[in-house]
Design a protein around this ligand. Sequence first.
Ligand code: GLN
Length: 388
Amino acid sequence: MKLSQRSEAIVPSLIRDASRYCAELGALNLAQGLPDFPAPEFLKEAARKAIAEDHNQYCDSWGLEPLRIALAEKYARDNTMAVDPETEVTICCGATEGLNLALMVLLNPGDEVVVLTPFYENYKPNLATVGAIPRYVALSAPEWEITEAVLDEAFAGTPPKAIIVNNPANPTGKVWTHKELELLGRYCQRYDTWAIADEIYEYILYDDAKHISIASLPGMAERTITVNGFSKTFCVTGWRLGYVIAPALVSEGIRKVHDFLTICAPAPLQWAALAALEAGRDYYTDLCTLYQGKRALLLPALEKAGFKPIAPQGAYYVWTDVSILGAKDALEAAYLLAHKAGIAAVPGDCFLPEGKGNQSMRFCFAKRDETLIAASHQLAEFALIHAR
Ligand code: GLN
């Protein structure tokens, strides 16, 4: 039997594949982007309470009203965005559903969407699901700078229907500057192109990096769909709690599709998420300090192993060249690392357009310090043996 073209177009996730063989080999998992440490106690308590109080049935499909209101307040406070909780916020099952909703309401088969590379693995299968076509435009390491030349290439010919703005970016950790966002805003307005902003890592920032939402720029709220969620900021990737912010007309479409796709996001966890949004400034500063420390454990370990890591400005991944391993490509390098060093990381292939081999890998440091220290030792030992 032949499955649909839609299904045939999708290649299984290399990120999850790495987690699978990691478990089989008993290796350390620096592959999939999820913390291996506990979620905050106050959140777990709020979730237990919500279940005990019997918030266990479907709730408002658009999302609990108090949660939508709290999100509008967050956006006013942290993102300088004026958002109407009645008509512009939809709570869904993870930013992953959010991104799919955005693509489903915006695109028709054949529409082109700019994807800056390296890109988050999901974009490719998600675009394939709606029959849209990625227009890959490469950014250059180590700054991944958005220049006029980059945008001229991205908008050449028939203007793209949309561009995905992943900020901070997975896997590179790039944080867009105000100047870059402004430049993109001008192109989007000139060519009537939508921005799809994936801002799931907005609170995970290093050094003096500052996160700015593209929708907060003049003229952009009306042509931006912002996708976000609780997974990364509150260390609850398994709760599957995300949301989409879009102009009322677009949100109407998003709500229709969401209602028939998943009805609503988990109701008790939406109640618990209210507690998350009550967290004070300290929560967010502590989060950055926590990950800054973890970045400081992983980066030197990768350097000592002879890799060429690029320090991320945000999110919790390191993108690095691993050609010192002498493997024929990143897939072989990943195999070597998993089997010989006991460390799973993600080969660059799923973050790059198909075709060329590459020598890049992504390491995740949302891991306990013990995990990262053990990984450093294993890497050092491996590098020593491998160098001989
Ligand atoms: N966003 C996470 C990552 O990039 C998880 C993705 C996944 O499970 N496929 O690793």
